[in-house]
Design a protein around this ligand. Sequence first.
Ligand code: GMT
Length: 379
Amino acid sequence: MNIGIVCYPTFGGSGVVATELGKGLAQKGHNVHFITYKEPARLLDMFVENIYFHEVRLNDYPLFEYAPYETALASKLVDVAIHANLDVFHVHYAIPHASAAYMARQILLERGRDIPVITTLHGTDITLVGKDPTYEPVVTYSINKSCGVTAVSESLKKDTLAHFDIKNEIEVIPNFIDFSRFKKINKDHFKKAIAPNGERIIVHTSNFRKVKRVQDVIHIFHKISSQIPSKLLMIGDGPERNDVEILARNLCSSMDVRFLGKQEAVEELLAVADVFLMPSESESFGLAALEAMACEVPVVSSNAGGLPEVNIDGITGYLLDVGDVDGMTEKTLELLRDDNKLKQFKMQAFEQAKKFDINNILPIYEAFYSRIKYSGNCQ
Ligand code: GMT
């Protein structure tokens, strides 16, 4: 098939899922066209003959205080659909991708081309931004007008049905992991450099937005490190980073906490981790937790959103209420203090991650594309 993928090109979860999906589909022989404003982060520095990138350009014009990205995107979708002979548009993150694709579809129908739009809901497009009255009517309309809709977890499907007047079916297709990349690798030399005296290593990855409650990570680590020698690796960047660095400086030893910024090879850092912390306020799936589990790292997380579908309480880690810093501290310490338990949880985390192997999920997307493309019942 010729598949047009629209996504945010950043390190954010939806962009990562979209890019990895496209790469996986290309490996299976499909032609994959990414259409967005910048080359997706996980495509950089690679050339694959059946993966294409089409940049949505915004020309400066003095009248525009805000350049109309959605219009430029819709126009680009029309252009790529015709010239690359697309079979389907698959848009990731509803805002503004679903409405832009709907507009492109209508234009193409007038030109005699019937290209279905599939929208994948990722999380904040529903739970946070989408239900804001600023966007809600357009989000509802474009979800209802999509030819196929998927959500990355049962929890996100439930939230979507609860907050929007949805007439369309929503199919849950969970996120996935590529084990050829995310797996336990030997990084003993690196571990020695980070934790020279055999300290435990705790890792957190996120985009440092409020919803991630990154301050909780510092409070938890502060309590842990007063009881057991340990180090904390903070991976990622975002609006809360400055405040969180100040908090870490005030509470913890600067020798124990490292802020590493955005990292491409996250798997190399996860390779040395003992526990992954994810105290998020809301999380439709928790891809970062799954990446940790694939690298045999148990997860101590909140029980928000779709996290219980990924992290199994008492098996692959622990789930606690949002904001329960003491509970998360206690459960992390429980793991860190008991070598046998930690080893068992590491293996169980890995076993659970296997359920989300990309090789199991790709065929589900392929079948979904075919079903939507050939059902012919989309207006
Ligand atoms: O987590 C973020 O803030 C980024 C966001 C995105 O859309 O890029 O992530 C959402 O989509 C990911 C991929 O499906 C999910 O794993 C994340 O749980 C979800 N984030 C939230 O729901 C907060």
